[in-house]
Design a protein around this ligand. Structure first.
Ligand SMILES: C[S@@+](CC[C@H](N)C(=O)[O-])C[C@H]1O[C@@H](n2cnc3c(N)ncnc32)[C@H](O)[C@@H]1O
Length: 293
């Protein structure tokens, strides 16, 4: 049997499912193990360098040049692993997003700056009230997949009538719902402890990665999230029957608990060998991770 290199030995999944592999490691370590142009969608929600305590020993307080230099590294790596026509979604504060967009544009094509409403923040200094996050959407060349996502026609929760006036064109609306726009109003972060995988830490509403995945992939495609956090991307990829690969440098307990609740029967399996071989440079010895009580 071929001997494992020291690097292979370190890269063992922390959790496996029928569709996904989670590694408790630095995302750069995971990315270097992935083949060029093998991933159909990247979804990244990085730390914003706000001195936030993720409760996992990770330092979110780099000086600014070091932070952007590190971001350039993982952005470039994500661009490298993205397949032709693949999609890169990057969630960030606008003051970071415009810098990230400039880096992404070196390798990819701009498609959208999606504005997602943010509530409960405060204006600082001589600035406007910050009211949105940015979700950058770039593709490697023309998109391979573009699925239209539709939202239910909004109605009043008291009287059930439409909340908008469609100027006499109501009858022409598609009964399947309204086209998703580049302005998402239903995306403020979960505030309730009970609905979060990691109490005290911001995590995305699952519908944010879900929409990115639905827009840009089809069943069986591979989604990569380098910053797993509480695992919302992995949950949605699993639910939508996409394969997923992820890393989280801190504790993965919240992701494990999420899957224990959400998809216990998927745990302890592996995605297909076809997927593992197409994505990893050295996939040979990944074994299913048995569930622990
Ligand atoms: C903003 S959170 C992601 C939240 C996630 N999208 C969710 O909805 O739960 C960023 C995460 O990245 C992790 N992280 C920071 N640096 C990392 C690195 N170099 N490699 C992998 N994960 C890292 C942090 O521990 C944190 O959990």
């Amino acid at each position: 049997m071929a001997r494992k290199s020291p690097q292979d030995r370190r890269l063992q999944p922390r959790l496996t499912t029928t569709h996904g592999l989670l590694f408790q490691t630095d995302c750069l370590r995971l990315l270097e193990a992935i083949r060029d142009e093998s991933i159909q969608c990247v979804f990244a929600d990085p730390p914003f360098n706000l001195r936030k305590n993720y409760g996992n020993g990770f330092s979110d307080a780099k000086d600014e040049p070091a932070y952007f230099s590190w971001c350039n590294q993982w952005i470039d790596e994500c661009c490298r692993v993205l397949a032709p026509g693949g999609a890169f979604f990057l969630y960030a504060l606008p003051r970071l997003a415009y810098r990230f967009a400039a880096r992404l544009e070196l390798a990819l094509q701009f498609r959208h700056w999606v504005a997602l409403t943010m509530k409960g923040s405060f204006p600082r200094g001589r600035r406007l009230y910050p009211a949105h996050y940015a979700l950058l959407y770039f593709t490697k060349g023309e998109p391979r997949i573009f699925n239209r996502v539709r939202l239910p026609i909004p109605t009043c929760r008291h009287c059930g009538k439409d909340v908008r006036d469609y100027g006499g064109h109501r009858k022409y609306l598609n009964p399947a719902g309204l086209n998703l726009t580049d302005f998402w109003e239903d995306t403020s972060p979960n505030r309730h402890r009970k609905s979060k995988a990691r109490p005290g830490v911001n995590e995305l509403k699952p519908l944010i990665p879900a929409r990115a995945i639905e827009i840009s992939t089809e069943t069986g495609d591979v989604v990569l999230d380098p910053f797993g956090g509480g695992g919302s991307t992995f949950q949605e990829a699993q639910r939508l029957e996409r394969c997923w690969i992820g890393s989280e440098i801190g504790s993965c307990a919240a992701i494990q608990e999420r899957f224990d609740r959400f998809a216990p029967l998927s745990l302890g399996h592996l995605p297909s060998q076809r997927v593992l071989r197409s994505v990893f440079r050295h996939p040979s010895e990944f074994a299913p991770v048995k569930r622990t009580a």
